[in-house]
Design a binder for this molecule. Structure first.
Ligand SMILES: [Zn+2]
Length: 112
């Protein structure tokens, strides 16, 4: 299963099914969007999380992490950071990281 292409930072949109699990808008101008991606090849479930500050072009970033089996169900946007921080395989990218996709670990900092 670890051989599947979904275990690399770049994922083709044709390789998974996506389901929105919510979005949040905060008073500091931050918006967050989460969806669960199911790989069409191996069935792995990933949490995709996008963070944007509307006033700051280069703040946008995304995270994608394998959803741990111990994660609460159903997955909701409010628990996204916790899930991503406990994920055993995580990627991150976007202008904030100046990256189109790379490996990520540890704490997630969604502040500017
Ligand atoms: Zn896969």
């Amino acid at each position: 299963m670890a051989e599947c292409s979904c275990f690399s930072p770049q994922l083709d949109s044709g390789d998974y099914d996506s389901r929105d699990v919510g979005e949040t808008y905060e008073t500091n101008g931050r918006s967050c969007e989460a969806s669960v991606l199911t790989c069409r090849q191996c069935g792995s479930k990933w949490l995709y999380y996008r963070v944007d500050y509307w006033a700051y072009k280069h703040s946008a970033r995304w995270y994608r992490g394998l959803i741990p089996e111990t994660a609460e169900h159903p997955v909701v946007v409010e628990s996204a950071v916790k899930i991503l921080e406990t994920s055993e395989c995580r990627f991150e990218g976007g202008p904030h990281f100046d990256s189109t996709g790379r490996n990520g670990t540890g704490r997630i900092d969604v502040d500017l």
